[in-house]
Design a protein around this ligand. Sequence first.
Ligand code: IMP
Length: 439
Amino acid sequence: MSAIVVVGAQWGDEGKGRVVDYLAREAQLVARFNGGDNAGHTVVAEGHTLKLHLVPSGILHPDLICLIGAGVVVNPERLVAEMDELAALGVDVGPSRLKISAAAHTILPTHRALDGARDAARGRGAIGTTRRGIGPTYADKAARVNLRAGDMANSEQFAERVAEAVQVHNRRLREQYSAEPLSPEQAAAEYCAYAQRLAPHLTDGSALVGEMLAAGKTVLCEAAQGLLLDLDHGTYPYVTSSSTVAGGALTGLGFGPRHVSRVIGVAKAYTTRVGAGPFPTELLDEVGDRIREVGSEYGTTTGRPRRCGWLDLVILRYAVRINGLNGLALTKLDVLSGLERLKMAVAYERDGARPECGRRERTEVFPAEFGVESLAQWKPVYEELPGWAEDISGVRSRDELPPAAREYVARIEEQVGVPVTFIGVGPERGQTITMNNEQ
Ligand code: IMP
């Protein structure tokens, strides 16, 4: 009887879908607990590359149930499209396999329009959101005016309320942003059809999780985005609008901490970020470009090029603390092959209170709570390690890795204080090194 929580340890896009897909073999329920279709999980299976935005990555395992939890915001148009795509590949996405918590919230077309208009109005201070309506939907949720997935049970009433909400949003679009309004009638008609399609999938998500745990089953809790995009603990305001950390699994699915047996943080062997905001180890040179090309670092949801940089152990230590990580899953180690020297940030430094004395202040703790202006003052302190030239994509055990790659992983463990129990060496399902039978 246990819950395993999988979270992103950086700025999202760490490869969580892939790790969830692997761990799903030992689970009976895979439950997504936050975010919406701003997320994009790429899973490569049976020669197909699937880009999932809302459906949990465990869907490819035929024997388990997938749940979209209460903490998620659902764009029904996207969900229906994703279900159709999966069904066309022969994946069962019927109501007994794919369930939606009635307490999840609904994204409307005007939430998306507001998201775009609001971010554009920020000008140079734009967050660079995915424009999927995530922020405005969570804002309406917190203001207690939003429609929940459970409201789809009565499709006609749901459609009426959609039309009303669209009218309210239209006023805001016109008055605050001089933006085009959307048709309430069209939204109502479309959402009525989505409601009829999705209603059979509605469930009491928390009760389902509780039943599974009580029956001794394993529940795999899947986060979207990563620690530094967390609304409370990320690099605010350059964050998303949900709880991306392990605590979010408890509130987003509705169960208590005593059930959690393991928390796995997923991190790339380097660092990436999409959207604006501080990024201490960012590489604006040809090494960054090389990582982007070799690692195909373009957004799954928006196609935007990702900003790339060296691995930041200050961030990973922070991830261990905030999430209570038991272990790290390190993805894309193969992308670093061929680089002669590698760097990892082990601390940050900035000018001390009296820079004229040449004193530098140093921290090994991520300076999270004093805002992005404070974070921008800190510069990474790097440790340099030798790279490796070998292709490691065929390696399946840690011992077979080139010595420099082994050293790279060992140094992460020493610095961060938890074991690396999974290493990704290529995009295919089998291209992994797992340790200690732990994962
Ligand atoms: P939002 O979640 O669309 O509101 O975007 C807020 C910030 O989070 C932006 O910087 C996005 O680029 C970033 N973001 C949202 N979802 C993801 C994701 O799945 N991976 C990486 N970045 C994301």
